[in-house]
Design a protein around this ligand. Structure first.
Ligand code: DAH
Length: 340
């Protein structure tokens, strides 16, 4: 029997070169499997003469190695090519299939400002009080010592409810009256709340906005208490280095009355467009509670004194955060809200 091992090697090499990943296992069987070409030769060795057996055995084992190696190389080559083709044809999208946005919400800047201001007064011993947004003329004006012909009573300034004398409160001051009617001194409250004015909206006016009212009534409350309380608030809220001044003013429900100005932070007091060249910005009204207000709530003004103050939340937030248009607070544009 004449067996040409080289021929087997050659035909295996040719077939392996043309193989695919699918046909490669078949070729492995065909040459090296239990009934494969090389295996068959190795099985016949025992019937040969010793010298023939040795020669053919060596050749067959070499051929086995060569074919094994060729199969292995081809498999590597083909699987690498397959991976390359796959990555070239597919752009791999590594983003997760389900995308959960992780933005968490936060309080509106007006809510946050009310909270910040309230916390300072709470730390000074004040409690929070609330009152109705719909008021009678008596609570909003009369009990607060407004004369009958006060201009704020005009429909130009106040929203009256249809067919009624009731109105939307124009300030949080009427809550002072409710609180004093319901409790004996000492009284120490702040009142955050919404107020309404019948006016056209522009960059600094809105028909709905927020105020925080303050009231402290006890025996021997003086203007010094008012000054130290408000100075302490201003420094805690705007910063220890801020300068402030009390400027005489007028409100019907306080006597004497004052307004608190802070040094303009935009120009450092030199004078600019924001402070109208004065170097100062008004942030709140205040004063000693007028005896007529005590009379309206049946407090004995011989025995008790008190101070009150009121500030606009939007105005204070605009100053603190450098916001130049009050309407931004109500438009709910997320690009604005997310800055705070
Ligand atoms: N109610 C005033 C306003 O709306 C603000 C105010 C001023 C409140 C002086 C006060 C005060 O309690 O004492 O303009």
């Amino acid at each position: 029997m004449k067996i040409d091992i080289n021929e087997i090697i050659n035909s295996a090499a040719g077939e392996i070169a043309a193989a695919t990943l699918q046909t490669l296992p078949e070729l492995k069987l065909k040459y090296l499997g239990k009934d494969g070409e090389i295996t068959k030769i190795l099985k016949t060795l025992k019937i040969l003469k010793p010298d023939e057996r040795k020669e053919l055995g060596q050749k067959a084992n070499e051929a086995k190695k060569i074919i094994e190696q060729a199969l292995e190389n081809k498999e590597k080559e083909l699987s690498q090519k397959a991976i390359q083709e796959k990555t070239a044809s597919q752009k791999v999208d590594i983003s997760p299939i389900f995308y959960f946005p992780v933005n968490s919400g936060h309080f509106h800047i007006i809510t946050k400002t009310i909270e910040d201001i309230s916390q300072i007064f709470i730390s000074l011993g004040f409690k929070i009080a609330k009152g109705p947004e719909i008021e009678t003329d008596w609570y909003n004006f009369q009990a607060l010592n407004h004369p009958e012909d006060h201009p704020a009573r005009d429909v130009q300034d106040t929203f009256y409810l249809q067919g009624s004398k009731d109105l939307l409160r124009t300030h949080t001051s009427p809550v002072q009256v409710h609180v004093m009617q319901n409790q004996k001194p000492p009284v120490r409250v702040i009142v955050p709340g919404r107020v309404f004015r019948n006016e056209a909206s522009d960059a600094s006016h809105s028909s709905t906005f927020h105020q925080i009212e303050g009231l402290f009534v006890n025996q021997n409350v003086t203007f010094v208490d008012l000054k130290s309380t408000l100075a302490s608030f201003v420094k805690k809220f705007f910063g220890q280095n801020i300068s402030l001044r009390f400027r005489p003013s007028f409100f019907p429900f306080t006597e004497p009355s004052a307004e608190v100005d802070v040094q303009c932070f935009f120009c450092g007091g030199k004078g600019c467009g924001v402070c109208k060249q004065s170097g100062w910005i008004e942030i709140l009204g205040c004063g000693m509670v007028h005896p007529n207000v005590f009379k309206a709530v049946e407090y004995d003004s011989e025995n008790y004194t008190g101070f009150a103050f009121g500030m606009g939340v939007e105005r204070i937030a605009m100053l603190k955060y450098g916001i130049d248009d009050i309407r931004l607070f109500y438009e709910n544009d997320l690009r604005f809200l997310r800055q705070f």
